[in-house]
Write a protein that binds this ligand. Structure first.
Ligand code: SAM
Ligand code: GLN
Length: 271
């Protein structure tokens, strides 16, 4: 079998799950052979070794079954950074890059020094903030696998990030007085929502937050005494705007749009 034939067979398999089957098939070939996409194309009419054929077809089948490509190649991209990713850890979304932009603006305008990222996942937000500001960043997550991966990602980029395992603000209590800004892309999908197969391959504690998707926010703001004087910036689902507005009782709320024009972030300066 030539590379071209392997590419065509993989592309056909992947087309069950993706509209970008050609690009993805080429990425899998490049991943397995450790060759750049350009080099794979240069070798298109050469024969492929059997173990490469087997590995590529196995991955293409997994992709056809709905596995996210990022899990199969172990890489994802966020804010211009190539991060390691693995099954069991949430794949950062492009919308969340705007949360980083907003956080960096707040940090700059208000001269902030210490930021916390609650539910850091792969470390995407925290690492992007640490690398693009002089802030020290504290992160938490309930998911041990996520924390280990975030630590690996932070080390890869030499980002100044400190890791704490635990829920909400609990693990940060000893350092909370230093923290000026708290950012988070928390779970916000209502339990039982119909989701694409690909999304359901991600850890459920990263996605779902109670019957209405608001449980994380409610629990977080129940510790209001710990938040006094701090700025909170979080991602949410555009359908939840009316509910989020109610958090205005805790302080002044501002909303921000994502790059697709959807209201997706809120900021509250806690009174
Ligand atoms: N911040 C990452 C990003 O944007 O790519 C991950 C976001 S993911 C939607 C939510 C993350 O919050 C998951 O890693 C999950 O394990 C974590 N998480 C869920 N509930 C939490 C809680 N109560 N306290 C801390 N982390 C939590
Ligand atoms: N935006 C994610 C999705 O598309 C949901 C992430 C979250 O709950 N924070 O599924």
């Amino acid at each position: 079998m030539t590379f071209r034939e392997l590419y065509t067979t993989s592309k056909t398999l992947i087309s069950n799950a993706s509209d970008s089957s050609g690009t993805e098939a080429l990425l899998l070939l490049s991943h397995v052979t450790q060759l750049t996409k350009e080099r794979v194309l240069l070798h298109f009419d050469d024969p492929v070794e059997d173990d490469v054929i087997r590995k590529v077809l196995d991955l293409a089948q997994l992709r056809a079954d709905g596995f996210p490509l990022q899990y199969l190649v172990g890489k994802c991209y966020f804010y211009g950074l190539q991060l390691d990713i693995e099954q069991g850890v949430f794949i950062p979304r492009i919308e969340t890059e705007v949360l980083v932009d907003i956080a960096l603006e707040i940090v700059e305008e208000e001269g902030l020094k210490v930021v916390a990222d609650i539910g850091t996942g792969s470390g995407a937000i925290a690492i992007a903030i640490a690398l693009n500001s002089s802030c020290e960043v504290y992160v938490t997550d309930v998911n041990e696998k996520a924390l280990a991966l975030a630590q690996k990602n932070a080390e890869k980029f030499g980002a100044k990030v400190c890791f704490f395992k635990g829920a909400f603000l609990e693990p940060l209590k000893p350092v909370l007085n230093k923290i000026d800004l708290i950012v988070s892309n928390p779970p916000y999908i209502p339990k039982g929502a119909i989701l694409p197969k690909e999304v359901l391959m991600e850890p459920s504690e990263a996605l779902f937050a109670g019957e209405d998707g608001l449980e994380f926010y409610r629990n977080f703001f129940s510790q209001l005494d710990l938040l006094k004087g701090k700025t909170v910036l979080m991602e949410f689902s555009p359908e939840q705007e009316d509910e989020i507005e109610k958090f205005g009782v805790f302080g002044e709320v501002s909303f921000y749009q994502d790059q697709f024009g959807k209201i997706r972030f809120f900021q509250i300066k806690i009174k």
